[in-house]
Write a protein that binds this ligand. Structure first.
Ligand code: MLT
Length: 410
């Protein structure tokens, strides 16, 4: 009889967003006429920028012609895209990254889970709490944890609470850890990390031989010029960090799928006998073996994100979603709700009224206002009593959501 990976059985509930989808579908089937507005999962709603559409159309035409047809591409991504990434996302900010340190993929969610293939089973992992659930669940699947307690915290993981009480500044771990997930601008709280905060993490990692897994999927939403967009803007980060980036939330690729991971050549880990090993060749080997590259059409689309027209159109998209976030923030504040985030990020994080439990507030909003958000406790025990609203929606829906919020809370 084939045996299963029993670590999966430790994951009691379903993944957060399908669970929300299940509850919403149930509500909708009982209320077929309800106009439900979804501000739950952070999924973009606006069409692809025209510069990207055009690039993808012409890539399809190339593939339709024998003379320009292409089969398998490089597993690491085409040079045209890797070079555009280096030039625009890094060199333009004075950051030293080379094209062979950039690995193009079909998503940051996959990359942040897949990266665990190259790390040993005994690493101690630290996550912020609340946290993007993928970081936790993939470590559970990989066997790096024990069971979850009543609050959903897994034995063996080190949780770093981020709440209004500590200004959403994670404390440094109180015991030795090897891998630390950081996500800035933060999902779910929408808060950002200053240069000083990031430098503190880089120094921590250097002093403790730890590696930072830095998720910068929302960097394009940073409006404050003092806030770093990349962990590699911090001196010394090349020796201790891996960075994940995505085209999902800036260029609208949640359905198209394209992302990349930067693994600097200076980054090393250790064998169990203490021998130092470079990480970049391990990730290269993993990708070449298990991945055949993102599609050519998609990579041409991603390349167009860096053209003059693409940049301008993406800026408009981001400004549009940021304006949505502002409308949400102001609407909530007008009815006395405490809100965080939503200034350098597309997520607004709020304290539930009267300290309601997050899932109770979810049910109340769905039933009374036909609005969907994400319960803070779904992101971790320290998210209890909080709630996330996503700014990814049409302006009409955001304005309607605010008037329903005003009518139903306050
Ligand atoms: C979210 O809503 O947290 C994100 O959409 C999830 C993701 O990017 O995978």
């Amino acid at each position: 009889m084939a045996q299963i990976n029993e670590n999966f059985l430790k994951l009691k509930a379903g993944y957060l967003f399908p669970e929300i989808g299940r509850r919403v579908s149930k509500f909708c089937s009982g209320h077929p006429d309800a106009n439900v507005i979804r501000l739950g999962i952070g999924d973009v709603t606006e069409p692809l920028p025209t510069a990207i559409q055009e690039a993808m159309h012409s890539a399809v035409d190339e593939l339709g012609d024998r003379a320009s047809f292409r089969g398998y591409g490089p597993e690491q991504g085409y040079d045209f895209l890797r070079n555009a990434i280096v030039e625009n996302d890094y060199q333009a900010r004075g950051v030293d990254v080379s094209a062979d340190e950039v690995f193009v993929s079909d998503g940051s969610k996959c990359d942040s889970g897949n990266i665990l293939d190259i790390f040993g089973p005994d690493n101690v992992v630290a996550v912020l709490d609340p946290v993007y659930p993928v970081y936790v669940d993939t470590n559970v699947m990989a066997g790096r944890t024990g069971n979850a307690d009543e609050s959903g915290r897994f034995a063996g993981l080190v949780y770093l609470p981020v709440t209004a009480e500590n200004d959403f500044l994670p404390p440094l771990p109180d015991r030795p850890v090897d891998l630390i997930y950081l996500c800035y601008p933060n999902n779910p709280t929408g808060t950002v990390a200053t240069r000083e905060t990031l430098a503190q993490w880089v120094n921590y990692a250097r002093d403790n031989n730890a590696i930072l897994l830095f998720d910068a999927a929302y960097e394009a939403y940073i409006t404050d010029p003092e806030i770093p967009h990349s962990i590699f803007e911090i001196d010394g980060a090349r020796e201790v960090a891996i960075e994940f980036r995505s085209f999902s939330k800036n260029a609208g690729f949640t359905g198209v799928r394209c992302a990349f991971t930067v693994v600097p050549k200076e980054l090393t880990g250790q064998t169990s006998t203490g021998e130092s090993v470079e990480i970049q060749p391990l990730w290269n080997r993993r990708q070449s073996t298990k991945f055949n590259g993102a599609s050519y059409v998609v990579q041409r689309g991603a390349e167009a994100a860096y053209g003059e027209a693409g940049k301008q159109q993406i800026r408009q998209l981001i400004d549009f979603y940021l304006k949505n976030a502002e409308i949400l923030r102001e609407g909530l504040q007008a009815v006395g709700i405490e809100v965080y985030g939503g200034v350098n990020a597309p997520y607004v994080w709020l304290k539930t009224p009267d300290s309601m439990a997050s899932w109770d507030f979810f049910d109340r909003l769905l039933e009374q206002a036909h609005l969907v958000g994400t319960p803070g406790s779904g992101f971790g025990a320290s998210g209890e009593g909080y709630f996330r609203l996503s700014a990814f929606n049409s302006r009409e829906n955001i304005e309607e959501a605010v008037s329903r919020l005003k009518a139903n809370i306050g």
